[in-house]
Design a protein around this ligand. Sequence first.
Ligand SMILES: [Zn+2]
Length: 697
Amino acid sequence: MPLELEKNYSPTETEPRIYQLWEKSGFFNPDNLPDAKTRKPFTVIMPPPNANGDLHAGHALTLTLEDIMIRFKRMQGYKTLWVPGADHAGFETQVVYEKKLEKEGRSRFGMDRKQLYDEILAFTLENKKNMEQQVKLLGASCDWSREKFTLDKDVVEQTQQTFKKMFADGLIYRGPGMVNWCTKHQTSLSDVETEDVERDDTLYYLTYGPLTVATVRPETIFGDVAVAVNPEDVRYKEYIGKTITVTTPIGQMELMVVGDELVDKEFGTGALKITPAHDANDFALAKRHGLPTTPLPVIDQYGKMTEKAGKYAGLKIAVAREQVVKDLEDTGLIVKKEAYRHSVPTCYKCGTTIEPRILDQWFVRMQPLATLALQANRQGKVKFVSEHFEKIFTYWMEHTIDWNISRQIVWGIPIPAKICEKCGHGLPDSEDFIKTCFRCGGNVKADTDTFDTWFSSGQWPYLVLGYPNSSDFKTYYPTDVMETGRDLIFKWIPRMIIFGLYRTHAEPFKTVYMHGMVNDAKGRKMSKSVGNVISPITLTEKFGTDALRMGLVIGNTPGMDMSLAEDKIKGYKNFANKLWNIARFILAQENIGKIDPELKKEFDELAKDITLDMENYRFYLAAEKIYHYIWHRLADELIEEGKSKEEMMATLYYLLENSLKLLHPFMPFVTEEIYGKLPPPAGGRDKQLLMVEKWPA
Ligand SMILES: [Zn+2]
């Protein structure tokens, strides 16, 4: 019987209703799929969105791409599992919460630790609900029954277990080591949590006894332990191994001159002051030459001068620099000044200049782990969709440095360790009987630091699946694809690979798909301060999720940044209407005649072509091809022809039904809605939801 469809298609009315229909069907859970037992698994772990705010355009892209993969594979007959999650996001969330506290005239400093933790937990759980709602709005067909939070009990336990195992295996050690310190946030940060900025400074040439050294940080001279020169430098050869007397505004110091091949003869005078307490390179050099590596610092954790700086004690760094320079000038110890442009690491959240500090903290010995990861990549166990990212990955792994995993914040997974109050020595807290430090006899107490959030996120793929004993882990691990933004090529991807290989002896995923950044319509990075942030939720409300998804995918090649323009999305809203009108016309006619073999052949070829694109992650091409076919072939040509040829209707019914299948992964809502109106298939088979129909190629 012909059917009369509503005149207009309304995404706002349809989308939530269809999502409920899918949820009720149970098919997001692979165990409920038809013939689940005989299907092969296909698994994607969703990068857990931070539970501290609204989803942004990057999340929308991630969810769209992953949902496309999952829907395609589900229709192809795989046992598809897509696991959603929520990230407590350690430092990130604490920073968000601190801003909230600031607005309320409060501060986390001086707050009771437990009180602060409980407040952030309540805040996060509240936001988590909001985030989940938004993930649903975007049409994600993920299995909510398996959702994981990064602070779930088993996740915490296994994360701590990994720490203990790595310690036992010699892959984790307790500092002292050089860390990046944010004086505002009062925590150390890993290298990927710092952002280099170009800065114009002054390079000062200082008289150092018989030598002249060049430095941008004259306020740190009180922390010097040596002067270093290149052993090949004829100007300085005679000084190597000798001690020189250096005059400073607070007295004289005796410094040894050392020869080190890494000193650049061309920089400044070729002679460098060595301040291990405040410079990572100097710290490394001091280690190489057996110089003191833990001298008393001249700058404290708040960025103020210490007692060691004599009369400058208590001054902030910038003020101290000014005064030290003035005093040196007054005594004629500054030989010359030079404008100097260099790159300076800053806190990626607040922009404060990073102060390198030597602290007793936990470090991961990266090199042996990186070797595992490089090997897995060489053996083809982990493939990258874009060669470009594979190169970056390889480079990073080949040049990796030890990773500081201690954070001085409460919002995170506690490091299960005891540390000595006196000497800073530490041991995993399985050693419960230890009450005093066996190195110095000092009292030991529980470590109050928490893990760098990437220490637990790095273990996400197997933690989510209930490693080590669950049947999910046995069925769905290693997972198939890890899809994420290109900004996570350092932060996340390498860590997941090393943890996976280390703990499960298998790669966590077989393929890495990285997408580019989503910029505004003019191609500018979205930023709150510029005020050009486009909310995917607003776009969904305005144009429908289907339209947003098409706008995010078409024209978007893997790894390349894209511009998000409202006009483009509006265009796909028109396309949803067009499709509705096509269906409206076809369904109003009797399904008569025979399927035209030529037109069927033409369609089958298109389907094959699109399938090939889908399998090779060319979603932008697949989407464009089906869009083009529906609009320009089916609507503009075949339906026009069909208007005067009744016997074409069976063909049009066939083409509509199968076009809906090809379009479903991209525009799941409107296709499911129309599919539900189609007559049941021939042969008496029950009609099922489009989401579990068979892919037509
Ligand atoms: Zn900071």
